[in-house]
Ligand binder design. Structure first.
Ligand SMILES: NC(=O)c1ccc[n+]([C@@H]2O[C@H](COP(=O)([O-])OP(=O)(O)OC[C@H]3O[C@@H](n4cnc5c(N)ncnc54)[C@H](OP(=O)(O)O)[C@@H]3O)[C@@H](O)[C@H]2O)c1
Length: 256
């Protein structure tokens, strides 16, 4: 039977790269996002194996309907990735507009919880499955200006720890940190003024030097993560950069 990946954030960036890698590996893909045009280009890659739904991850009913359509077509997912994310307002912690902060927390935490609600029961019924939440190092490390993003990702990591603890042996659940990746999210960040984002010049210089990874590299790092033993993943925060570094070191050792 064709394995199924269901993911949010399927329209572009890291989520889109994960979806495309999964298609290359023979998965069916159930992709959720708000951008219908970009989802249509995902379908066009492989109409036989792609089901998409226009859904805002904050909308529990829309996420449930979208995931159910993919499950009806391809069976229980073996892999679910909550990749949708937003930086939210960039400013000092005491200046964050409450409505924008609410939105950031809702996209990040409620969005992942909505995706879990729509998929985890099917994985538990099938007796197997993996749930990955795309997190960020700002959950534990301060980047001045990113309080909303950091708080949201820390909340997401906590949610994943609870999911891992409570779902039982059938599910593997972990947070996955991509590290600096060249996407629309990073492009938006480079436009923020220095008063609100003191490190903006550094991020602009990194971009000029090509430091950010391509989203496809992050998709490859997630594959490396998924090949690890369950005890290295379950309930943990797994970093793409550490996996890629270890892979490069192993390649160098093999050449020597
Ligand atoms: N880029 C980095 O350096 C970096 C580093 C660490 C972590 N991350 C994380 O990686 C994930 C992907 O980010 P990215 O860099 O690929 O950013 P991106 O290119 O801006 O993509 C964000 C994705 O999230 C979706 N999304 C945003 N709000 C949504 C909502 N309310 N409902 C449904 N979908 C929504 C977008 O789809 P629509 O707009 O079509 O809805 C899009 O597919 C995020 O969780 C981000 O926090 C990124």
């Amino acid at each position: 039977m064709t394995p199924l990946l269901i993911l949010s954030g399927a329209s572009r960036g890291i989520g889109r790269a994960i979806a495309e890698r999964a298609l290359e590996r023979g998965f069916a893909v159930g992709g959720l996002a708000r951008s219908a045009d970009e989802l249509a280009t995902l379908v066009a890659l492989n109409p036989e194996r792609v089901e998409v739904a226009v859904a805002d991850v904050r909308d529990q009913a829309a996420v449930a309907t979208g995931a159910a359509a993919a499950i009806a077509r391809f069976g229980a997912p073996s892999l679910v990735v909550a990749a949708a994310g937003t930086l939210g307002p960039i400013d000092r912690p005491w200046l964050l507009p409450a409505g924008e902060l609410d939105d950031t927390l809702a996209v990040t935490v409620t969005g992942a919880a909505n995706l879990a609600a729509a998929t985890v029961p099917a994985m538990l019924a099938a007796g197997r499955g993996t749930f990955v939440a795309v997190s960020a190092s700002s959950a534990t490390r301060v980047f001045p200006g990113w309080a909303a993003y950091g708080a949201a990702k820390a909340g997401l990591d906590a949610y994943v720890r609870y999911l891992a603890e409570e779902a039982g042996d059938a599910l593997t659940a972990f947070s996955f940190v991509p590290g600096l990746t060249d996407t629309a999210m990073q492009a938006g960040l480079r436009e923020v003024d220095v008063e609100r984002f003191p490190q903006v010049e550094q991020f602009r210089r990194w971009h000029e030097r090509g430091v950010g990874k391509a989203p496809a590299v992050v998709a490859g790092a997630l594959e490396l993560a998924l090949a690890l033993p369950r005890e290295d993943l379950h309930g943990n925060v797994v970093e793409a950069d550490a996996l890629l570094k270890a892979q490069a070191q192993a390649a160098r050792r093999a050449e020597a």
